[in-house]
Design a protein around this ligand. Structure first.
Ligand code: 5AD
Ligand code: SF4
Length: 439
């Protein structure tokens, strides 16, 4: 069976797709980058904003043709849109063979292979009825094809699923369910497997990753320290931590762990206390800024990035201005700015979505102008310095602080190198390699 995976949405959705593909490959499936060669497609979808959901629906619509070319092909739609719409998806798109929502993400591989097995059996039975004498192809034994090496030096690793917060704008708790943490020994074992597969940097994933706690009481800083002790690991990142849970133990673990990178994505959402309260974020502007200051004081050179939402119900011009001044105080290197999108069933969707699209657009543009300036300053501050880069391709990689970097003389993917920063484009540091860093 040849499987083509398409992932839409956040890194969690991407990780669900790639982790499922890897599990299926261990059972004898083959991954293919070519849609035309695929016997099956696994699509993981996102419903965090209406726009993301519409993208998923239009892609599913376009896959009707792929399916029509050969009705024995198998189309599985997974993820948050599948969870939210369920059977409504199959009614609207009869060419979809399997709908499996994100609450079952940990079992996608089992569910997809079982559904595919049933499908093959019914096809076989139909063919037998059709042409009793025609020889059947040999089924591929489960262990015949080796899992393809993912081989990427930077890999994500899901350590927990779901979210037990109740931010009023967010659909994630309802589509992904409450938090559940993977056992620490399973995570450590998987990390080891990833190193054999070529991983040098791991990005630990969870909706509120620093809420991690294993059944035997290991918390997130403990987990960072346990992974840091693994000899194959060069770099460790995580996303996204919740600002209200960034305590001194976490900051100390990041400072003390050899591999933990000096980059923290700390989503703030708004700079206005009234809006933060309505969002039920669990912190005020001052508390958030104090957390960021504490991280900066403990972790030398740490670079912070964040998310904001503009046009939350009842947000005034003065409230929005507070988000802009917060950005100036926080000085993040990158910011993901989103227009508020009312998601059915969330508490914020019961409020009047009073900012017209043009106003949201205007605030988004104003926020992006501030972000553009902050990113420029952050990149410029690196020019003239020497930075450690992990090569993801021969001439592209990232610094420990999360900046993209490009250089001239090719190196091997997976190498850690020192780059002298000569210049910066809008998003990327440019330079050349001083020396390899590898032991
Ligand atoms: N509308 C707009 N942005 C949202 N996000 C989450 N839910 C919504 C929503 N309903 C943003 C938040 C979060 C990021 C992943 O998506 O900023 O941090
Ligand atoms: Fe989208 Fe959230 Fe689901 Fe990720 S978890 S795919 S961001 S809805």
């Amino acid at each position: 069976m040849k499987l083509h995976v398409i992932t839409l949405g956040c890194q969690m959705s991407a990780a669900d797709g790639t982790e499922t593909a890897a599990a299926l490959c261990r059972r004898g499936w083959q991954a293919t980058a070519e849609l035309e060669q695929a016997d099956a497609i696994l699509l993981t979808t996102c419903s965090v904003r209406r726009h993301a959901e519409q993208r998923a629906l239009s892609l599913i619509g376009r896959l009707r043709e792929w399916k029509a070319q050969d009705p024995s092909r198998f189309l599985a739609v997974a993820g948050c849109v599948a969870e939210r719409l369920g059977e409504r998806l199959t009614r609207r798109f009869p060419h979809v063979d399997l709908v499996v929502g994100s609450k079952k993400a940990a079992s996608y591989a089992d569910i997809v292979s079982e559904a595919m097995g049933n499908r093959l059996e019914s096809l076989r039975a139909a063919q037998e009825k059709d042409a009793v004498a025609r020889p059947q192809p040999e089924p591929v034994p489960a262990d015949a094809a080796a899992a393809p090496s993912v081989g990427n030096p930077v890999q994500t690793l899901t350590i927990m699923r779901g979210c037990s917060c109740s931010c009023t704008y967010c659909i994630v708790p309802s589509v992904r369910g409450r938090e559940s943490c993977r056992p620490a020994d399973e995570i450590i074992h998987e990390a080891r497997t990833r190193f054999q597969d070529g991983a040098r940097e791991l990005i630990l994933l969870g909706q509120r990753v620093n809420a991690y706690r294993s059944a035997d009481g290991m918390d997130f800083p403990d987990l960072l320290r346990a992974l840091d002790a693994l000899p194959g690991l060069r770099r460790l990142r995580f996303m996204s931590p919740h600002p209200a849970l960034c305590d001194d133990r976490l900051a100390a673990a990041v400072r003390e762990c050899r591999t933990a990178c000096e980059w923290i994505h700390l989503p703030v959402q708004s700079g206005c206390d009234r809006i933060l309260g309505m969002m039920r974020r669990g912190y005020t502007r001052e508390q958030f800024l104090a957390t960021a200051a504490r991280l900066r004081a403990t972790i030398p050179g740490v670079v912070i990035s964040t998310d904001i939402i503009v046009g939350f119900p009842s947000e005034t011009e003065a409230d929005f201005a507070q988000t802009l001044t917060l950005l100036d105080e926080l000085r993040p290197a990158t910011v993901f700015c989103f227009k508020f999108s009312a998601r059915e069933g969330t508490p914020a969707a019961m409020l009047t979505d009073d900012a017209p699209p043009s106003l949201k657009e205007q605030r988004l543009a104003a926020a992006n102008a501030v972000v553009e300036r902050l990113t420029r300053q952050a990149l410029d501050s690196q020019v003239g310095s020497i930075v450690e880069v992990l090569a993801e391709t021969p001439t592209f990689g990232r610094t420990r602080t999360g900046f993209k970097a490009r250089w001239k003389s090719p190196v091997a993917a997976g190498d850690l190198v020192s780059m002298h920063v000569d210049a910066a484009t809008r998003r990327t540091l440019l330079g050349d390699i001083d020396e390899p860093h590898n032991p």
